[in-house]
Design a protein around this ligand. Sequence first.
Ligand code: C5P
Length: 232
Amino acid sequence: MGRDVIIACDFSSKQEVLAFLDKFQGKKPFVKIGMELYYAEGPSIVKEIKERGHKIFLDLKLHDIPNTVKKSMAVLSRLDVDICNLHAGGTKRMMEAALEGLTRPDGTRPLLIAVTQLTSTDQESMENDLLIKEPIDKVVMHYAKNAADAGLDGVVCSPLEAEKVHETCGKDFLTVTPGVRFADGDIGDQKRVMTPAEANRIGSDYIVVGRPITAAEDPVAAYERCLKEFVG
Ligand code: C5P
C-alpha cells in the first residue's frame, strides 16, 4: 500500500456514516472506523463499508493481557480490514500475541500498528499520572522501537515525530499521522498540526484527516484537495 489519505469517520450512527460516504459517488476513500461508530453499530458496519469497496483502518486501540488481545485480534481479523491497532504500552509480549492472533490460517493478516503515547498525554501527565520520568520524545521512540521489535508494521504518531520514527525504526516502518489541517483551516482541539503538504515532506505514509473533511461544506472537494496536497 502506498501513501494515502485516511478519512476519520467519527460518526455515531450507520445512517450518518453512510450518508457521508454516499457523497463520494464512485470514489472509495480509505476510511478509519473508531470506537464511537464501532460501539454504536458493531461489526456489521465494518462489513457493510468493506462491501462498498473501501479500505478500512479499524481504530480500536486494544490493550489487555496478551491472551485476550490475541483472541480478540483473531476475531477482528475475520472482518477483513486493512489496518488494526493497539497500545504499545501493553508490552512487547502483548504485541507479539496480537500479531499471532491477527494472522489467518493462510498466513495473511491486516497491517498492525501501535499507538505510542497518545497525543493527549503531555510530559506533565506522563510524569504525574504514569510515573514515567523520561522525556516524552524518548518514550515515544522507545515504544515505536518495541513495536518494530515485536514485528508490527508501524505506529500512529504526530506528524512531527514521523521523521524520527523512520530514523529509529527504518523507512519501511509505517507512520500514520493524525493532526493534519489545511493552511487556511480551523485547528480545532488539535495542538500540534501540519498541512498535508508538510506531512508529505516529512515522510508520513498515511495521514488521518477527520473534521477538515467531514465538517467541510463540500467534503468531496476537501478530500480531493487533501489527496492532491499529500499524494500529488
Ligand atoms: O478531526 P480530526 O482531523 O482532528 O481527527 C483526527 C482523528 O485522529 C480522530 O479520529 C482522532 O481520534 C484520531 N487521533 C488523533 N490523535 C492521536 C490518535 C488518533 O487525533 N494521537
